[in-house]
Design a protein around this ligand. Structure first.
Ligand code: PMV
Length: 327
């Protein structure tokens, strides 16, 4: 915990607003926690927002998150991950005292669904604080502040979520035992359309991540082999993207799903949506993110998008989003 002291050095008219995108993992989730590569894409149209406004002297830092039905004071809830993130960010910005501000958080990104809602909210707060105090933080600095916060939600996050959201571009990510991790922007040579089907089942990422760790500890040889097979798929996806041949991705996404099922992070809800998408003409489909709930993605030719969307809704998807990558 940081030392919280009240300061009067900060002007009363502080204002800042920032947003950050959601994300999906195209391929490589879970194996990425064990040093294999993964590819993640920002969802620039679906965002979390943080707005900072100055408040009455002496009021301290107040959070207002209407979408989560929460309001709290930093001084009374200093252990909340967003309170801690705010204190750490202020420290990183060199702000020594406690400003009097309200931080309003809103988000279009469904929570606990594999779309990076937690990391996006944290990124928006860090950016808004930097903006309010007239400071510049690089994407790398934002990402590392958010990573520390993510650790509280996830236990052993790979760092892919905070990276793709802070950099806001398609990335190839490979965790190293010590930072800096390998982060390469992935140029898109052709565009492709993904439908994102939400099972409506909320699943905290740390649960499947913890279960995979338990299984890996029990049978490291089997899990290392599975992670290597995922890495092989991710390399092939990268090649298909570089060759401008996105439709070659379909069978690779299916293969990744098969491996995720063997790793033990799929679920009947996810598999119902995945089967429906494939039967309706998707060229490939898989879960995306932590699994056991959350979202799946389906690769579709533009003219098949409508029928796949309908099939997903009929199979129980609570919502279907569409995103075109590479435009
Ligand atoms: O936050 P989610 O649910 O999109 O999952 C992140 C991806 C994992 O590989 C499962 C975990 C991690 O930290 O990389």
């Amino acid at each position: 915990m940081l030392n919280v002291e009240r300061a009067n050095a900060v002007p009363g008219s502080l204002q800042g607003h920032a947003s950050a995108p959601g994300k999906i993992i195209l391929c490589g989730e879970h194996a990425v926690v064990y040093g294999r590569p993964a590819i993640a894409l920002p969802l620039t149209g679906i965002r979390a927002h943080a707005r900072i406004t100055g408040s009455a002297p002496g009021s301290g830092i107040r959070f207002n998150a209407p979408d989560m039905g929460r309001r709290w004071l930093l001084s009374t809830t200093p252990g909340d991950p967003l309170s801690e993130l705010t204190l750490t960010t202020l420290q990183r910005l060199g702000i020594t005292g406690m400003p009097d501000v309200e931080i309003t958080i809103t988000s279009d990104i469904p929570i606990a669904s594999g779309m990076g809602s937690g990391a996006a909210i944290a990124t928006a707060i860090v950016r808004a604080l930097a903006g309010a105090f007239g400071r510049d933080l690089s994407a790398e600095e934002v990402s590392s502040l958010v990573y520390e916060s993510e650790r509280q939600y996830h236990g052993t996050p790979s760092g892919i979520d905070n990276t793709v959201i802070a950099y806001e571009r398609a990335i190839w990510f490979q965790r190293r035992s010590e930072p800096p991790h390998l982060i390469e922007p992935l140029p898109m040579t052709a565009s492709f359309t993904l439908l994102i089907g939400d099972t409506g089942v909320r699943s905290a990422t740390r649960l499947p991540v913890g279960e995979v760790r338990r299984r890996w500890q029990e049978d490291p040889a089997r899990y290392e082999t599975l992670f290597d097979m995922v890495a092989d798929v991710v390399h092939q996806v990268r090649r298909a993207l570089a060759e401008g041949n996105p439709m070659a991705l379909g069978p690779l996404l299916n293969r990744n799903q098969d491996l995720l099922e063997q790793i033990g992070v799929s679920s009947p809800h996810l598999e119902r949506l995945i089967a429906a998408a494939r039967a309706a003409g998707a060229s490939g489909a898989k879960l995306s993110g932590g699994g056991w709930g959350g979202v799946m993605i389906a690769l579709v030719e533009p003219d098949a998008a409508m029928q796949v969307r309908t099939a997903l809704l009929e199979a129980g998807a609570t919502r279907v989003l569409e995103t075109t990558i590479g435009e």
